[in-house]
Write a protein that binds this ligand. Structure first.
Ligand SMILES: [Zn+2]
Length: 849
């Protein structure tokens, strides 16, 4: 089993700390299947489980699930890795020393290790493991009409254009070449400079490069080689990697053409926020047309010496002016300016796009505040004035100190009403807002689909959809499953299920990946998980709980194409409760009984058993199968089983494989279709959780709440802190309404992301019923969606993109990549900040008063 003996404890002590090493430029790291690595960590006792347990023995390293099998491995690089998989979910990195030891101790299933180098990436030159090479298609300029002869090559992003040119010359066997140069069609036919590396010129995956050669020593100046003829030609356009080839009608885009923003390493949060803001036509026009210069306020102590406004203006202009020549710009100066005044955004960690937006809206406002000397304004109580007068007066007071393009565009007014529970004093204030932070109503229940396997060996597996509380335990899931199953039975049926006999098992591609305990949280189950629930039979046979143990049972057949005899799992594993003291024969019987539903020729199996018994322990070629102890995943044998003491007493769950002598053997005895069971139906509509509407969030935002003990209100009448009731209402609305969906909850003990789909309209959002100001007509309360900042992934990381409407078309702005997107795709569960535009924009009357 083990080629080299290094104890699990040694592995724990020597290898584990190495996994935490920083990535240093030039180092070699190896890619390894994450599930294997996790299992190995369990085995060496790294994951809060006692080390050295045989059931956790990880077996041979196998990278099969992460390898891109469509590409041949390269020497000194190994296999290509699939693109749609994630670090620490599908794969992980281990440093060279760890890889070498693991490979020696456990063996490796594939021929080629997946070796990757650490290179300095991005503008920040952060050392990063280069997981994927850049795919480049090379061709000669004269072959541009025949892309079939283009050659596919894969390069590190550190390779220079010169190297690529020389490779192309070699590939196409160009003779007598004195000079050469290479063109990028994607970059609107620009020449790429030889000394730059692929990442410096921003080469994209799948890009086609065109080599031009000459037999004289220099080219005829910068003349493009018949490029115009090519562009206007009738031949089919070469396929590019971004779906922005449809982006033909730039002209109809108002004010701004979509220009991407390069990622400088974890700066997609910034790019996403900026793209939303740039979508606001009036604001962009204000900067592009230099109107901002008149308003620049360098002396405002609340501002940032005008530097943030200036950096933003420069960026917007660059994005605007370069849109025809370039596809993306690098917001480096802008980031530097922001980091200077808001150190929380410096460094290269991922941040929150909404926090940056809030900072930016405030920063731009103060940098462009037309009020140079802010007058002192006293806060006033209503004192019996009519409500709309109070609202108007407080807006006037506010604009005495705050007057900027940001106020004109983004600021509205909230009405806040506080009622003292003791003296019933009512306090009404009107406060400006720059964006709305809307809470998401909690969805308390979720629907889980499971396959129930009843204890009767001949009963069919049943698919059940059950509703459970999101915060519930596995015990609650078992209760729901038992109830759902029993509801289908007559009241006095003997088949009724006791939830205590149910065991919940997660199965992943034919392997048991987790056996849940009753106290485990339901939230550990993901929607996509394949959950099987087994009803244990032994419990009702009167065996006390401490006298039986769980075993997981795999079926295996000999693996094809393997040098030494090994087995692969087939069918669906199952779980049994068996008495602790059990012998080989009884165990085999129990397993065969459990498989009874799909065993054919059971008479023949009995005959085999007779023969075996006669032969005792001696090897018998006619034996159709044998039981072996295996690890949890069924992919490595941990011990032979003898006829006398098959199971260990000390381990909680053990795993047994029924190894068939041959695949044919298995096919002879089993009905091969029986045990395969896939999800058939979606959950019925009444169990499906209703999608949230934006209105639900607005209702919650405007609902009355009682202030908490830790956050009381000072009642001016009682002169005491009181737990008042508070209600917020929208009083007036801005032209651009920014809506922040509070997906991240920060509690004292936990932080979480709510990734429920909130349905929000892309057109005709009518806010009339929420707006209290009577002077606002219905038509002034109609909004259309303008932009969305999306957040994908979990807390403290993930990826940000923006959707932006340009005219009537929607574009997806994913860092430097710009592509068309259908309006239907804009509403998605990653939507995080929404920008709505008033259909009839107007200077607010309040402001003009
Ligand atoms: Zn009071």
């Amino acid at each position: 089993m083990a080629e080299q003996q290094v104890s699990w404890l040694d592995q724990n002590e020597k290898l584990l700390p190495l996994l935490e090493k920083p990535h240093l430029k030039g180092e070699e790291w190896y890619v390894i299947d994450h599930r294997w690595l996790k299992q190995w960590k369990d085995y060496i006792g790294a994951n809060d489980v006692p080390g050295g347990q045989e059931t956790n023995y990880p077996g041979t390293i196998n990278n099969e699930n992460i390898i891109d099998k469509t590409l041949d491995p390269l020497p000194d690089y190994g296999h290509f890795v699939l693109h749609n998989i994630s670090e620490n979910v599908n794969y992980s990195y281990v440093p060279k020393e760890v890889w070498t030891t693991l490979k020696n101790v456990y063996g490796y299933h594939q021929m080629h290790p997946i070796k990757r180098e650490v290179v300095e990436m991005g503008d920040s030159q952060t050392p990063t493991i280069e997981l994927h090479l850049i795919h480049v298609r090379l061709t000669r300029i004269e072959d541009r009409n025949n892309l079939d002869i283009a050659k596919d090559k894969y390069y590190s992003c550190k390779v220079t254009i010169d190297t690529v040119c020389q490779d192309t010359i070699k590939l196409f066997d160009c003779k007598g070449v004195k000079n050469y140069r290479i063109w990028s069609k994607y970059k609107k036919w620009t020449l790429l400079k030889g000394k730059y590396s692929l990442d410096q010129v921003g080469l994209k995956d799948g890009e086609i490069l065109y080599l031009e050669t000459t037999k004289s020593s220099s080219f005829d100046c910068q003349k493009q080689p018949d490029i115009l003829a090519f562009q206007n030609g009738t031949e089919e356009e070469p396929m590019d990697y971004c779906e922005d080839q449809e982006m033909d009608n730039y002209d109809e885009m108002s004010v701004v053409s979509p220009c991407g923003l390069s990622n400088m390493g974890n700066t997609c949060f910034m790019n996403s926020a900026l793209q939303c803001l740039v979508s606001v036509g009036t604001l962009t026009h204000y900067f592009v047309s230099n109107k901002w210069k008149q308003d620049l306020n360098k002396s405002n102590p609340l501002g940032m010496r005008g530097e943030v406004a200036k950096a933003y203006a420069d960026l917007v202009k660059e994005m605007h002016s370069s849109a025809k020549q370039m596809h993306s710009v690098l917001p480096r100066q802008f980031k530097i300016a922001v980091s200077r005044f808001a150190p929380q955004f410096s460094g290269w960690a991922q941040h929150d796009s909404q926090e940056l937006l809030a900072f930016l809206l405030d920063g731009l406002h103060e940098d462009l505040n037309r009020i140079k000397d802010k007058p002192y304004v006293e806060t006033r109580e209503a004192d019996g004035r009519p409500e709309d007068k109070v609202a108007r007066d407080s807006w006037k007071d506010y604009t005495k100190r705050n007057d900027s393009v940001v106020v004109d565009t983004f600021h509205g007014q909230l009405k806040s009403t506080l009622v003292c529970p003791k003296c019933s004093h009512v306090s009404v204030t009107f406060d400006p807002f720059c964006y709305l932070s809307l809470p998401l109503p909690q969805i308390r229940n979720r629907c889980i689909t499971i396959i129930l396997l009843g204890k009767s060996p001949i009963s069919e597996p049943t698919e059940l959809h059950v509703k459970v509380e999101k915060q519930g335990r596995i015990l609650n899931l078992c209760e729901s499953v038992a109830q759902a199953a029993n509801d289908r039975l007559p009241k006095d049926s003997k088949e009724r299920i006791n939830h205590e006999n149910l065991i919940v098992v997660e199965v992943h591609s034919g392997h048991i990946s987790k056996i849940y305990n009753p106290g485990d949280a339901v939230s550990m189950i993901m929607d996509k998980d394949y959950i099987r629930v087994f009803e244990l039979a032994a419990v009702e046979r009167g065996v006390p709980r401490d006298k039986y143990k769980l075993i997981g049972v795999y079926e295996r057949v000999p693996a094809a194409n393997s040098y030494h005899k090994s087995f692969k799992t087939v069918g669906n594993p199952f779980v049994l409760a068996v008495p602790i003291e059990i012998n080989y024969d009884t165990l085999l019987d129990m397993i065969l009984v459990r498989m009874k539903r799909y065993i054919k020729h059971s008479d023949k199996i009995e005959k085999f058993e007779e023969v075996n018994k006669l032969n005792g322990e001696s090897e018998d070629a006619s034996e159709p199968f044998a039981l072996r102890l295996v690890n949890m995943y069924g992919n490595a044998q941990v011990a032979e089983m003898t006829l006398k003491t098959p199971l260990k007493q000390n381990e909680n769950v053990q795993y047994v494989a029924l190894d068939w002598e041959s695949d044919e053997n298995r096919k002879f005895f089993l009905d091969p279709h029986e045990e395969r069971y896939v999800k058939k139906e979606d959950a019925p509509a009444n169990l499906r959780v209703k999608d949230l509407q934006l209105n639900d969030c607005l209702e919650l935002f405007t609902s009355e709440e009682k202030l908490s003990e830790s956050d009381p209100w000072y009642c001016p009448k009682c002169k005491k802190h009181q737990q008042a009731t508070k209600k917020l209402d929208l009083w007036s609305l801005p032209d651009i309404l920014v809506v922040h969906l509070k997906r991240f909850s920060y509690c004292r003990w936990w932080r979480d992301k709510i990734d429920s789909l909130v349905y929000f309209p892309t057109k005709d959002l009518n806010l009339k019923k929420y707006v209290l100001d009577p002077s606002i007509d219905e038509e002034d309360a109609i909004y259309d969606l303008l932009a969305v900042s999306n957040h994908f992934g979990g807390m403290g990381g993930g990826h940000y993109t923006a959707f932006s409407r340009r005219g009537t078309k929607w574009v997806n702005l994913d860092d430097s990549c710009v592509s068309r997107i259908a309006e239907e795709s804009v509403v998605n569960r990653s939507a995080y900040v929404l920008f709505y535009e008033r259909r009839n924009p107007k200077k607010r009357t309040l402001h003009c008063n």
